[in-house]
Ligand binder design. Structure first.
Ligand SMILES: [Zn+2]
Length: 100
């Protein structure tokens, strides 16, 4: 018997959350799947894995009615720490023309 990390209810089967590292019961999994940021969370997770970051902690579970914070350019230095750094620091590709 396991305990769901999110709702703390006992459950037989748990599955890792797409949003963070919580082990979720069926109900909480369903709750995630209908979340407006579910696709985004999966996308970011998959991208992290593609970048070799298999320990990606997830975008963070914002709550059923919350929204995931986007970090389009720079991850803001939050007080919580552990902000995922997904942006690969690639050198500027040599574009044709005048790229200084
Ligand atoms: Zn649960």
């Amino acid at each position: 018997m396991n305990i769901c990390d999110r709702c703390k209810n006992p459950t037989n089967i748990t599955k890792m959350s797409w949003f963070n590292t919580d082990d979720l019961c069926c109900d909480c999994q369903k709750q995630e799947e209908v979340h407006p940021d579910f696709a985004f969370a999966k996308e970011v997770e998959n991208e992290a894995v593609l970048n070799g970051n298999t320990n990606f902690p997830g975008v963070g579970w914002p709550g059923v009615r919350g929204r995931v914070k986007r970090w389009p350019t720079k991850p803001s230095t939050s007080s919580k720490g552990g902000v995922p750094t997904t942006s690969p620091r690639l050198p500027p590709t040599s574009l044709p023309g005048t790229w200084a």
